[in-house]
Design a protein around this ligand. Structure first.
Ligand SMILES: [Zn+2]
Ligand SMILES: [Zn+2]
Length: 155
């Protein structure tokens, strides 16, 4: 976790009057210790590696809190569960391309897309507040080997 993330988070928790607990700290370290997009259940596993007493309930209570801080972003990728994106505050403009088969998520930014978004919002007289571009498809691995490695592993 970088210093600016840590500082923003500490002042946010302080403002909310939340005390430090080992469980919450382990969850926070797990969230910002990865560049991956993760689900609540994946976060539970990552946080438990740091602090075995972390419970599912604490994870589910802490996630909306971190999203409210603006440092973590909830992503709806059209699945039954939400993904969480720890890179959001570092690069709020990034977009995602997702493999439908193995759920691999790749981040990208595109100046051309940004220009297009500006052009479209201008055209309709809107001031752009946020954007979300999601591309879906199948990843390179599926093309080469007929199956995604991720999927084989967890099924
Ligand atoms: Zn992302
Ligand atoms: Zn795939």
């Amino acid at each position: 976790m970088d210093d600016s993330t840590r500082q923003r988070l500490e002042s946010f928790l302080e403002k909310k009057g939340l005390r430090h607990t080992n469980q919450r700290q382990a969850i926070i370290e797990a969230v910002f210790g990865t560049d991956r997009h993760f689900t609540a259940d994946e976060l539970l596993v990552m946080a438990k590696e740091r602090e075995p007493t972390v419970s599912r309930a604490t994870v589910y209570r802490t996630l909306p809190l971190l999203c409210a801080s603006g440092l973590l972003k909830e992503l709806d990728l059209g699945k039954d569960f939400k993904y969480y994106d720890p890179n959001y505050s570092k690069s709020p403009d990034h977009n995602h391309i997702i493999c439908d088969d193995c759920d691999k998520i790749v981040e990208f930014t595109s100046d051309e897309m940004k220009k297009l978004e500006d052009k479209i919002s201008h055209q309709f007289g809107f001031q752009l507040a946020s954007q979300k571009v999601q591309l879906r498809g199948t990843c390179e691995q599926l093309k080469h080997s007929g199956a995604c490695e991720n999927k084989v592993k967890c099924k």
